[in-house]
Ligand binder design. Structure first.
Ligand code: SAM
Length: 280
């Protein structure tokens, strides 16, 4: 018999308190206790819905010790809800570590879905949303940040970032240095009273925020590079690349040998046999 408890990942509003599901409220009422990233924020939410429940704080800087505590409680049969300071637990918060621990300990995890700032911002942005790359917060470490941005330079999908207002201008300048001028959409204060969507490009965004300090919470959507631009810049590279290097490029992107050969042949306007012979 399995007497273990269950972890409920409960999404909560990202601003507007009406954006909570019936199931989220019922779950918060029914669990034994709630693990919260920001207890002050969660108390406001619980008070609003008249839910009386004990809270345990679980956030980035205590996740190791509190993670073990929560796992022991779950193993003893307690049902726990995990909530983020806002939105979906596990998105840019330590929720994913707790889920991993539960899986390692054979504890069931379920999700009560709800708002995510990234998806809300993306669909409102008007930029392509069929495929997108969620990047969350860029690394703070200078080198790691540079490498991350370099790895995104040829990303064709819309790229979604989170950023704190006091770091916004710094990040905009880094984005401009890495990508050049691109379309950017700011989704500010989503679902709140002063929700605002600003559609512009990186150059004008830098000009704007060099002269005013940004307020509130932001999701940034940056347009991906166009497939044609990638193709053209690669074409330049092929002239200086050997067949082996050209093949390696596609294999590093996840293609198998056969498909890589096909792409190389297409790129160079030669037959697959010629590529094959050239590689021998
Ligand atoms: N777990 C959350 C989610 O599901 O979206 C994200 C948490 S992350 C620590 C906080 C970041 O999310 C903020 O810095 C901001 O970039 C973004 N964010 C959260 N609420 C927002 C809102 N109402 N409007 C715009 N951005 C928001």
């Amino acid at each position: 018999m399995n007497n273990k408890g269950m972890l409920y990942l409960v999404a909560t509003p990202i601003g507007n308190l009406e954006d909570i599901t019936f199931r989220a409220i019922r779950t918060l009422r029914e669990v034994d206790f709630i693990a919260a990233e920001d207890t002050r924020q969660t108390i406001k939410l619980l008070n609003h819905f008249e839910i009386k429940k004990s809270l345990v704080s679980y956030y980035e800087h205590n996740k190791k010790e509190k993670g073990n505590y929560l796992i022991n409680q779950l193993l003893e049969g307690k049902n726990i809800a995990l909530v983020s300071d806002a939105g979906t637990p596990g998105i840019s918060d330590p929720g994913e570590d707790l889920v991993k621990l539960c899986i390692e300990n054979d504890i069931k995890v379920t999700m009560i879905p709800g708002p995510v700032a990234a998806v809300t911002g993306l669909v409102i942005s008007g930029l392509p949303a069929g495929r997108f790359a969620f990047e969350g917060f860029l690394p703070m470490n200078k080198r790691a940040r540079k490498e991350r941005l370099a790895s995104l330079k040829n990303e064709v999908r819309t790229i979604v970032f989170y950023e704190a207002p006091h770091k916004l201008i710094h990040t905009l300048k880094d984005l401009y240095d890495a990508f050049g001028n691109r379309k950017i959409v700011f989704a500010r204060e989503l679902t709140k009273r002063f929700e605002e969507i600003i559609r512009c490009d990186l150059e004008s965004a830098i000009e704007k925020y060099d002269n005013e300090s940004p307020k509130g919470e932001f999701v940034l959507m940056v347009e991906g590079i166009s497939e044609e631009v990638v193709f053209e810049s690669r074409k330049k590279d092929w002239n200086t690349m050997s067949l082996e290097e050209h093949m390696k490029l596609y294999i590093s992107e996840g293609l198998d040998k056969k498909d890589a050969m096909k792409k190389v042949a297409e790129d160079r306007g030669i037959s697959k046999r010629e590529v094959y012979n050239g590689l021998l």
